[in-house]
Design a protein. Structure first.
Length: 67
């Protein structure tokens, strides 16, 4: 008995009959999704860095205002 079988109406997906997992065999789509996730992570990190910088600037301005 084969361990995997093709999914009807979608040639890029196969189903592991042992674990019932659906596996995407389209490597190009997987690589594109990983690149998209990496770009989103990079943008999120940059945004967090900018927020931290703004908080630091606000803190310094408050210290200057108290002098």
């Amino acid at each position: 008995m084969p361990r995997t079988k093709k999914i009807k109406d979608n040639p890029d997906l196969i189903k592991d009959t042992t674990s019932q997992a659906v596996i995407n065999t389209n490597r190009t789509a997987i690589q594109a999704r990983r690149a998209q996730l990496a770009l989103n992570k990079q943008k999120e990190d940059e945004l967090q860095s900018m927020k931290d910088d703004i908080a630091e600037i606000k803190s310094l301005l408050k210290k200057l205002g108290n002098k």
